[in-house]
Design a protein around this ligand. Structure first.
Ligand code: AMP
Length: 428
């Protein structure tokens, strides 16, 4: 604060203002997402932006990075611990249980689009407030659901014409086969313990599978050749994974197997997948991640309910679109006409015409700054309108407006009373 009246307040690091020039792309992207999820039979769910902290501790997992170090947690006046949602799946599961959606016909196919909050180190593609499209299918564990969800994720990339995307899949098994895998993996990792990063040494005790997921180059090198889940899968998980792959092949969805893709928490089961874009600038090339979480609904207090879903990062997707020079949609549709009124009584007439046209759904604009005719025409030109409707003192006296076609320069005199109908005809 400099003089007690002037305070310079800036946005929080890791957050963004989406300005008008960028928000168009957001709207277009959102509308593609609403359309495609709708075509796949998903319905939108909107849950609160903050929830009881316990929901995320249980629903994301105590040993996850998110819960260990990335949550925006605060106490409210009633001394309850609340957290800004770091992801959407736990909230959807809570809403499913709380609103008894399990009593409705299954599966429930839900999607959401909205902001998430993680207290991370901001860098390219990594924000503290970012947006996700998420989809969740609750109530059915058929591999058909896994394939359908993965196909939807892939189709979003195709619909946007994104090049160089790669779908990676894995199966993380279930608690039965994971126990076997954990044993052989731990034996393997113990031999490498000294070389692992500090974080991974801690993970060895709590969650050895996550070591495979470490981004540290040395850890990746040391864990090369580590036993994969594939070899430990129990017959049920093996069969499920085989069927998911067969269905993806049937649907012509290309994929690669990535045994390092892990979702290390207990309630993740079977299928895990990620979509990366090869030439995505920077290191944050994972755009979409998902999988099956058959024990999560129970974890947040509901009946045993299988679930499968994904979350897609919208900032990263928009970055790839801009890197690949892909323009979304047709751009801004300019208003049909600009009303250029000179003087107060002409402004009132123009305002009446403006209101009537807008009520009829005809897009029009009007100067509100009392500027000169010349500068109003310049603005109209810049906005790309087809007509300018000029009402000066002279026109007011004669009860007419001069309508000018901005490209062709042709002009007509139209009675003030007929202006609305005249322009409406041009619009339809
Ligand atoms: P996750 O919920 O961590 O599996 O993330 C799903 C997707 O959300 C990722 O693939 C990213 O595209 C996106 N995402 C996750 N964290 C961030 C972040 N901090 N900033 C921007 N996008 C993110």
């Amino acid at each position: 604060m400099r003089d007690g009246t002037h305070v310079s307040i800036q946005r929080i690091k890791g957050t963004q203002d989406i300005l008008p020039e960028a928000s168009r792309a957001w709207q277009e992207l959102e509308s593609v997402m609403h359309r495609l999820t709708g075509e796949y039979g998903f319905q939108e769910i909107r849950t609160p932006v903050f929830e009881a902290t316990a929901l995320f501790v249980r629903g994301v997992g105590e040993t996850s990075d998110i819960v260990e170090k990335e949550m925006y947690t605060f106490e409210d006046e009633g001394k309850r611990s609340l957290t800004l949602r770091p992801e959407g799946t736990a909230s959807v599961c809570r809403a499913y249980v709380e609103n008894k959606l399990y009593g409705l016909p299954q599966p429930q196919k839900l999607y959401y689009i909205g902001p998430m909050f993680r207290s991370e180190n901001p860098q390219a593609g990594r924000f503290r407030q970012f947006h996700q499209l998420g989809v969740e299918v609750l109530g059915v564990d058929n591999p058909l659901v896994d394939a359908e969800v993965i196909q939807l994720a892939v189709q979003i990339f195709h619909a946007l014409n994104i090049k160089g995307m790669e779908l990676q899949i894995n199966s993380v098994g279930c608690p039965v086969c994971r126990a076997d895998h954990r044993e052989v993996l731990l034996a393997f990792l113990e031999r490498k313990r000294q070389g692992l990063c500090g974080l991974c040494q801690g993970r060895l005790e709590r969650n050895p599978m996550r070591v495979l997921d470490c981004k540290n180059a040395r850890c990746q090198e040391l864990t090369e050749g580590a036993p994969t889940t594939f070899t430990s899968l129990c017959p049920e998980c093996r069969d499920h994974f085989d069927r998911v792959q067969a269905l993806l092949q049937t649907a012509d969805v290309a994929y690669t197997l990535n045994p390092r893709l892990v979702r290390g928490l207990d309630y993740y089961r079977k299928t895990a997948f990620e979509i990366v874009v090869a030439e995505a600038a920077g290191t944050q090339n994972a755009l979409c991640g998902g999988g099956r979480y058959d024990a999560l609904v129970e974890e947040v207090g509901g009946p045993p309910t299988p679930g499968m879903g994904f979350a897609l990062g919208m900032e990263r997707l928009l970055k790839v679109l801009s890197d690949q020079k892909i323009e979304l949609g047709e751009g801004r549709v300019p208003p049909l006409a600009a009303l250029a009124a000179l003087g107060q009584s002409a402004q009132r007439s123009a305002f009446r015409i403006l209101s009537q046209l807008r009520r009829k759904g005809v897009p029009v604009t009007m100067d509100v700054m009392g500027r000169s005719l010349k500068s109003q025409l310049r603005t109209a030109n810049r906005d790309g309108v087809r007509y300018t409707v000029i009402i000066g003192e002279d026109e007011m006296e004669r009860g007419v407006a001069v309508v000018r076609h901005m490209l062709e320069g042709e002009q007509w005199e139209v009675g003030l009373e007929e202006c609305v109908e005249w322009l409406e005809r041009k619009y339809r």
